[in-house]
Write a protein of this length. Structure first.
Length: 596
């Protein structure tokens, strides 16, 4: 079993010394840290209570100027030790660090009262009571306290045992998929690019392929090291160093994300944050323009934009449940993960919330978000529900093996049935307005969608016989279209050529013939096979019947079989098989095809 724990608390309260007592490792790795005697960046160590248990420990800087590093250290923790010095008691950063742990939703919290050798028993009792009151005020529950001296070792073994008991008993359930927020990037002589981070969920094996965000490049894992040992496989939750292939050092930095292909996440310059009411100064957030947003090991400056809802009298008011954040570069986040807003350039935590939506939004999308938000608020929402949320806001998402009864799959997209109903009910307005002279851009702009999804909508409208292609534009579908003389000529030639078809190279020698043949395909009077070959639709249906006669589902069709049945050469058999694949009649199995 692997877990990661960490410290939190005020500067000079003995966090680094405590971790050294637990692990035997010094946390001050940077020369400046050693010189100043304080932790500036994250420090890492580990101890192994038994052969099968590894507990990584993250030392978080306590000084207020390093609050962002503190957030970066806490995101992956299974347990947090709030460290309070017995002779000084509760301090400013004890307060702020405790609020961060609460804001991040960390479930396992213990308070370590350190340096008990510096106070007498009466003062220790007074300090412990005060500390408990403050902890209860923030966490709303009673937090266990353990009194130690990291200098002389008092109660350190007991602390180790309690940590092990808590994380063993209250181990946080993990998902199958894997992700790592990068916290360090460096080059190792003879090995190359290496990153460190905490693996959360799933596992990683040597030679695995991960996706780097925001570049979305595929990278492979050349080597894995965890807790000072080379590993072939490492499971969450663990500290890891990964030697990477497929990325330059200049392309990756702290805050970037590595994830499996199956992970569904937002890589976006805009997010909608669902505010946690008791952790936000709503009135203050309404007044400021910028803040720093910390999530995982990332921290970016965000422009804060209120979200307005309409009242019954058409007046607007700010919706206090959400806030819109815009960034100058992509931020990589998961649905329902918690993030923290920090005052710009300061150390005050001014807000916290869940990632509710991650994409650029327009007024219509934000209206849909507010109308549908009620079913998706809070943190006890199944992760699969984000599909329904995204569909209710945007109307469509990239497929990625998602399924829901409220949508249908069209090519690489999952499209809401309600969205398609809206398209059906509104397209006639565009047809009427454009007077049968509709362009690709008209449809894209009318529905405010990107180019890729515009192609999907056009295909949908053509298949439903709502619009049709005609001479390079789109017009209202009609059953019988008067063909031009040139189109009639091509159609007659297709019929005459039968199984020979017409080659695209020949058509390119005739003015407007390419445009004409595409119109005939749209009108389903011609069929494009592949490799530039076109058939008359009757010829295609005839050859399809010959090939499929007597076959049943799961039967295997070879190229040799088709050549034997039709008498056609390979030049024609492969394009015909490809056309049958596109019709979802066959599917490819190696070099052969299987009947669906």
């Amino acid at each position: 079993m692997n877990s990661i724990i960490g410290t939190a608390g005020h500067v000079d309260h003995g966090k680094s010394t405590l971790i050294k007592a637990l692990t035997g490792m010094s946390m001050m790795r940077l020369p400046e840290e050693q010189k100043r005697g304080m932790t500036i960046d994250l420090g890492f160590g580990y101890f192994s209570p038994s052969e099968n248990i590894n507990i990584g420990v993250i030392d978080v800087p306590g000084h207020e100027r390093f609050i962002r590093n503190m957030v970066a250290g806490m995101w992956s923790l299974d347990l947090v030790m709030i460290v309070v010095c017995a002779n000084e008691g509760w301090m400013n950063m004890t307060e702020e660090h405790s609020k961060v742990a609460y804001a991040l939703g960390i479930k396992n919290i213990i308070c370590v009262i350190n340096k008990i050798d510096l106070v007498d028993s009466d003062n220790l009792i007074i300090q412990e009571e005060n500390i408990k009151q403050n902890l209860n005020r923030i966490f709303k529950i009673e937090i266990e306290t353990i009194k130690v001296s990291s200098t002389n070792g008092d109660n350190i073994d007991h602390l180790k045992n309690r940590i092990t008991e808590i994380i063993t008993k209250n181990k946080i359930a993990k998902k199958d998929n894997t992700h790592i927020y990068v916290d360090r990037v460096f080059s190792v002589k003879g090995a190359g690019l290496t990153i460190t981070g905490s693996i959360v969920d799933g596992k990683i094996e040597k030679e695995d392929t991960l996706i780097h965000y925001p570049t979305k490049k595929e990278i492979s894992i050349r080597n894995i090291q965890s807790y000072h040992k080379d590993r072939d496989i490492v499971e969450s939750t663990s500290r890891v160093a990964l030697n990477l292939r497929g990325l330059e050092k200049s392309e990756i930095r702290r805050g970037h994300l590595l994830a499996t292909k199956k992970e569904t996440l937002f890589s976006t310059t805009e997010i909608i944050l669902e505010l946690i009411e008791e952790l936000n100064d709503i009135e203050y957030l309404k007044k400021i323009k910028n803040a720093e947003f910390a999530i995982g090991t990332e921290c970016l400056i965000a422009e804060i934009i209120p979200i307005y809802k309409k009242k019954n009298n058409n007046d607007k008011e700010i919706d206090n449940r959400f806030i819109r954040l815009k960034f100058k570069e992509a931020i990589n986040v998961f649905w329902k993960d918690r993030g923290i807003l920090i005052s710009h350039g300061g150390s005050k935590i001014i807000g916290s919330g869940y990632i509710f939506f991650g994409d650029e939004t327009n007024n219509n999308m934000r209206t849909a978000l507010l109308e549908n938000a009620g079913d998706f608020l809070g943190d006890n929402i199944d992760s699969s529900r984000f599909i329904d949320l995204s569909l209710s806001i945007k109307g469509y998402i990239n497929y990625h093996n998602h399924n829901t009864e409220n949508a249908i799959k069209i090519n690489d997209f999952l499209v809401s049935k309600k969205y398609l109903e809206k398209v059906d009910s509104t397209i006639n307005k565009l047809i009427l307005f454009k007077k049968d002279n509709i362009t690709f851009d008209d449809i894209r702009n009318y529905y405010n969608i990107d180019n890729e999804f515009t192609k999907i909508i056009i295909e949908y409208l053509i298949n439903k016989k709502i619009i049709m292609t005609f001479n390079g534009i789109y017009k209202k579908y009609v059953e019988n279209v008067s063909l031009t003389n040139s189109q009639k000529t091509i159609l007659e030639k297709l019929k005459k050529e039968e199984l020979n078809g017409i080659d695209e190279k020949y058509l390119k020698t005739i003015p407007n013939a390419i445009k004409d043949i595409k119109t005939l395909v749209t009108l389903k009077q011609a069929m494009y096979l592949d490799e530039g070959i076109y058939y008359h639709i009757d010829t295609y249906k005839k050859i399809k019947d010959i090939i499929m006669k007597g076959l049943k589902s799961k039967d295997i069709i070879t190229i040799a079989y088709v050549k034997d049945k039709t008498g056609l050469s390979r030049k024609y058999t492969i394009p015909i098989l490809n056309a049958l694949e596109r019709e979802k009649i066959l599917k490819r199995v190696g070099n052969d095809r299987e009947v669906l």
